[in-house]
Design a protein around this ligand. Structure first.
Ligand code: SF4
Length: 167
């Protein structure tokens, strides 16, 4: 897996101070109109995500003032084939139990849970910002911005109750 950026002490992508990982690559074809990171749609964009990157992320999260990890893209859900992301979220939840994990996806929660690999990954996610970005519904005033159709899904509650619950 490649990544485009890693930000620490990020206050834009979720609650509190967070570490944000922007993975490279998105399979949406055609892409969302107005895609905000067209260069990061290429799977070979940026750098290879290494064990060093993983350990640096864990270290950045292991501070009392850091709330958790945010995973954005590109499209994280198109980056699960090599299990690098799965290994990262598993490690975060095993080693740093109080930290939340937020993930952004252009797919809906209902579509994602139909796929066993994506469902497995979702077992470690607290909040999923889901749905395609629709330029006509763009709303820069809403929390986490994006477009009005996109939701914040409480993944753990939704999986437990077998229906979509908002975060
Ligand atoms: S899902 Fe994200 S990266 Fe992919 S085309 Fe849409 S906005 Fe761009």
């Amino acid at each position: 897996m490649n990544y485009a950026n890693i930000f620490t002490s990020d206050t834009v992508n979720g609650t509190g101070f967070r570490t944000s990982l922007f993975v490279s690559g998105c399979s949406k074809n055609p892409p969302c109109k107005g895609c905000w990171s067209p260069e990061a749609r290429q799977f070979n964009y940026g750098n290879t995500f290494t064990v060093k990157n993983k350990e640096a992320i864990i270290e950045s999260l292991d501070k009392p003032y850091v709330s958790g990890l945010s995973i954005l893209g590109g499209e994280p859900m198109d980056n699960l084939g090599d299990r690098v992301l799965l290994d990262l979220v598993k490690t975060v939840k095993q080693r740093l139990t109080s930290k939340t994990i937020f993930c952004w996806s252009g797919y809906t929660f209902e579509d994602l849970i139909k796929n066993p690999i994506k469902l497995d990954f979702l077992q470690y996610i607290d909040m999923l910002r889901d749905g395609e970005f629709i330029e006509e519904l763009k709303d820069i005033t809403q929390y986490l911005s994006g477009s009005k159709n996109q939701r914040m899904v409480n993944v753990q509650e939704s999986l437990k109750l077998n229906k979509t619950i908002l975060y």
